[in-house]
Design a protein around this ligand. Structure first.
Ligand code: NAP
Length: 259
């Protein structure tokens, strides 16, 4: 399928690894020029080079912390006006409700709610002006099926989801579509860190913890960044013009939610 976005320009936040990288690669394969962000400059440059070599499109790396105003300013000033925005950042650590301080919540809100909102506020006016735009926010299955130990994530991402539910309806008439993409368990560094935490809690090996989690998924495996990226690219395509404010879950069937 021709996604109809060749020659468009995208910002992909937090995209040197994992799901963000998968989204950047899939958009580049569709002919989209990428401004790619992450904090670590070396991994970011390596990923940018890999995507350019694989696709032939221009990928401009901007090493910056997307959760800070300075980091966002660096990304936005390099990118200029864009057609597509993929928001993302690292997820908050797991834990217990007794231990989370106000500062822990503020950090989670900054990373997983206020940063994507600020990025949308920055790019939406130009998208509205040109009567076309796409925003995909990488959130989590925990928005629809909250996971107890990910309370910081549940809280921050629910706030973002509420913002998107309203704002997506306010910009849809201008050809600007905002949706959320909700990962279930995917084979990335984040999954390894969650497996490691589960192994520690249960006193088992990381491999056993992974196997236990895979067994709970109807497809019996973790999702891949490639599958995730392909879905993201479709949501950024010309074919997704009737998709507004949706929370698209990619979880291999883990969460038995009928609607
Ligand atoms: P990952 O493999 O750990 O990759 C995270 C990427 O984000 C890296 O490129 C990292 O590079 C970058 N990053 C992290 N913090 C950043 C910041 N403050 N500013 C800029 N870049 C930043 O993680 P992932 O699995 O792709 O997860 C992506 C998101 O999906 C996370 O929010 C995660 O919680 C959520 N999620 C993942 C899963 C899963 O199974 N993988 C499931 C549910 C939700 P640097 O460290 O160099 O900055």
């Amino acid at each position: 399928m021709d996604l109809g976005i060749k020659g468009r320009k995208a910002i992909v936040c937090a995209g040197s690894k994992g799901l963000g990288r998968g989204c950047a690669m899939a958009l580049a394969q569709a002919g989209v020029e990428i401004v790619l962000n992450a904090r670590g400059a070396d991994a970011l440059a390596a990923t940018a080079n890999e995507i350019m070599a694989a696709t032939g499109v221009t990928v401009t790396p901007v090493a910056a912390d997307i959760t800070t105003p300075e980091g966002r300013a660096a990304v936005l000033s390099e990118a200029g006006e864009v057609d597509i925005l993929v928001t993302n950042a690292g997820g908050p650590p797991p834990g217990n409700w007794r231990d989370w301080s106000r500062d822990d919540f503020i950090a989670a809100l900054d990373a997983n709610m206020l940063a994507p909102i600020a990025m949308m506020q920055a790019v939406l006016p130009a998208m509205i002006e040109q009567r076309w735009g796409r925003v995909v926010n990488i959130t989590s299955q925990s928005v629809r099926a909250p996971i107890a130990q990910l309370g910081l994530s549940n809280s921050a991402r629910s706030g973002l989801t509420g913002f998107v539910a309203g704002t997506s309806r306010q910009v849809a008439e201008y050809g600007v579509n905002i949706n959320n993409l909700l990962p279930g368990l995917h084979a990335t560094d984040r999954a390894v860190s969650l497996d490691t935490a589960a192994a520690k809690t249960k006193g088992i090996s990381v491999e056993e913890a992974k196997a236990q989690r895979e067994a709970t998924i109807p497809v019996r495996r973790y999702g891949t960044p490639e599958e995730f990226g392909a879905t993201c690219a479709f949501m950024c395509s010309v074919h997704a013009g009737f998709m507004v404010g949706q929370n698209v879950m990619l979880d291999g069937g883990l969460n038995n939610i009928s609607i």
